[in-house]
Design a protein around this ligand. Sequence first.
Ligand code: ZN
Ligand code: ZN
Length: 96
Amino acid sequence: MATAIVTEPIKLTCGEPSCGKPFIVIAAEATFYEQKKLPLPDHCPACRHRQRMALRSERQLYKRTCDKCKGSMLSVYPSDAPYVVYCHKCFWENIG
Ligand SMILES: [Zn+2]
Ligand SMILES: [Zn+2]
């Protein structure tokens, strides 16, 4: 099977309702999507960037054990992170 090579830039319209801006997928990028059998992006680069940022800012919480009372708690640090993490109760006791 011949490898698909896209030689022309492709004009698309951003699928984000509040944006709707036209954008261009350059030939090299379109070829990449074609060869990987991936759908072409349906959002302009600015919206894709914003979506990535939104995902990254979403804080993940990990279940871990309080380093003082050994009770289970949720923390922004995973249990293998090199931080001493106290639960709320121990935290306030500790700074008191
Ligand atoms: Zn957009
Ligand atoms: Zn504790």
